[in-house]
Design a protein around this ligand. Structure first.
Ligand SMILES: C[S@@+](CC[C@H](N)C(=O)[O-])C[C@H]1O[C@@H](n2cnc3c(N)ncnc32)[C@H](O)[C@@H]1O
Length: 213
């Protein structure tokens, strides 16, 4: 079957890709929070497993703490806990999504905040940072990576998915700029994959791992 268009499982995502502001994005997620996991499970949502697998390949579970950037309802927190990472902190733009994440009781701390703005975390605060489904259109800007690098200690890994128009040269340029500035070094990248393989839509993505210098 040719998969080429949004269907009911990914229609909310397409509204968010077209969002005009972080406030609009957060409001859509606030309203979607109760149904988010059902819709994404139905679409075969792949980012969390891909990001968790890539983190486990490069960062020992004993290294702590870990920041889940764009934590949403906490799917990553549950996966990382099962893999032995603790404690885990989370940040997200949507209070509604964070309320769901809190119910999982796997995070040490959850805070509302915007990637792409200065974050109230100390330099080198985290052993590793993950971000699943966050660096894409209508979500966090690629410059949001700068603060995640600052908050990760040297030798720690930042593992995240990149999707849609951010993929390819757009992200490659950001990766090179941070490498040229001596901030990080690329250590791994997945093959490209469809992050919603059970929907009638193709949302192409790739997961990257960088080590902070
Ligand atoms: C597709 S969901 C992914 C959530 C979770 N990581 C997962 O895999 O289920 C994207 C999340 O990013 C959050 N988000 C979007 N833009 C953001 C920004 N600029 N700063 C922080 N969070 C943002 C949304 O509120 C939403 O919870």
């Amino acid at each position: 079957m040719t998969k080429a268009k949004p269907d009911d499982k990914t229609s909310q995502l397409h509204r968010i890709y077209a969002s005009g502001s972080p406030e609009e994005t957060a409001a859509i997620y606030d309203n979607w929070a109760a149904d988010y996991e059902g819709h994404m499970a139905g679409a075969g949502y792949a980012h969390p497993a891909m990001v968790a697998a890539m983190l486990a390949r490069h960062q020992p579970a004993g290294d702590a703490p870990v920041l889940d950037a764009g934590a949403g309802t906490g799917i990553m927190g549950e996966l990382l806990t099962a893999l032995g990472y603790a404690p885990i902190d989370g940040i997200d733009a949507s209070e509604g999504m964070l309320a769901r994440a809190a119910e999982r009781e796997v995070y040490r701390e959850l805070r509302c905040g915007l990637l792409g703005t200065p974050l109230d975390y100390a330099d080198d605060a985290f052993a590793a940072v993950v971000a699943a489904g966050v660096f894409t259109e209508g979500h966090a800007p690629l410059d949001g990576l700068d603060e995640l690098v600052r908050a990760t200690r040297p030798g720690g890994h930042i593992v995240f998915s990149i999707a849609r128009s951010y993929l390819g040269e757009t992200f490659a340029a950001k990766g090179r700029a941070l490498e040229a500035a001596g901030k990080w070094r690329r250590v791994d990248a997945s093959a490209r994959y469809d992050s919603t393989p059970l929907s009638d839509d193709v949302l192409t993505a790739q997961v990257f791992a960088f080590a902070v210098v």
